[in-house]
Write a protein that binds this ligand. Structure first.
Ligand code: MG
Length: 232
């Protein structure tokens, strides 16, 4: 059932189950558009490498903030249709490189939320479709720069894709299985902005708390579960 939840209510629920039932939790977070607002990265790449080169319509930062998938906004234009595969390939090559990651900003309140988890001694794992080979160092840097990881954070708690063969939901489903094996006593709480991923997680693991962070998504589709609009 669809239900709006607040970050406070999530923390209270975790704390209550810990105190009352001695339950242990592990929290798993997606990065792009869950922890980090990637609209600045998408806006920059589109404006600097696509718009003028391919004579595409200008798209404001505001538009990028409300649409992950800019293709749906320009797909009827002649110039996009003529260069579709070049444009898409250029975008993803740049988006999945480490060159522009420093443009990302964490969503307001996310740092405080992660700090509370730290206080509650709940381990945090980042599970992202970002490519390990190209983006690990920069990803680590931005997590550290914004105070999103504690000094005791273990390297293996940043789980990244090794290649692009698998869709995000397949990759994440496999990695969640591994995470559950590492923490057999713990319940998982998973946070992701893609409805598709959230649906797969909640169908696969019934005892898991799945929260969809309501920012943008690659494919717009509804999610029938817990929805979080703001971290703050
Ligand atoms: Mg995401």
């Amino acid at each position: 059932m669809k239900q709006i939840i607040t970050s406070n209510a999530i923390l209270q629920t975790l704390n209550f189950h810990k105190n009352r039932f001695n339950a242990q939790f592990v929290c798993v977070f997606d990065l792009d558009d869950t922890i980090f607002d990637t609209s600045y990265r998408r806006f920059y790449i589109y404006g600097k490498f696509l718009q003028k080169q391919y004579h595409l319509p200008a798209l404001s930062l505001y538009i990028h903030k409300n649409h992950y998938n800019f293709i749906t906004l320009i797909e009827n234009t002649h110039n996009f249709q003529e260069n579709r595969s070049d444009i898409v390939e250029t975008f993803y090559n740049l988006f999945l490189s480490d060159s522009f990651l420093d443009l990302d900003k964490p969503f307001p309140g996310v740092r405080t939320f992660l700090n509370f988890l730290h206080i509650l001694r709940i381990p945090v794992i980042f599970l992202t479709g970002r490519l390990k080979s190209a983006m690990r160092i920069s990803t680590y840097e931005s997590l550290r720069k914004y105070g999103l990881i504690s000094p005791s954070f273990k390297q293996e708690f940043l789980v990244m894709k090794k290649n692009t063969k698998k869709a995000d939901f397949e990759f994440k489903k496999r990695e969640l299985k591994r995470i559950r094996a590492v923490f057999p006593e713990s319940r998982l709480a998973i946070f992701d902005n893609e409805s598709k991923n959230c649906s797969v997680f909640s169908e696969t693991y019934q005892d898991t708390i799945v929260v969809k962070f309501n920012s943008v998504q690659k494919v717009n589709r509804p999610y029938n579960g817990l929805l979080l609009n703001h971290w703050a």
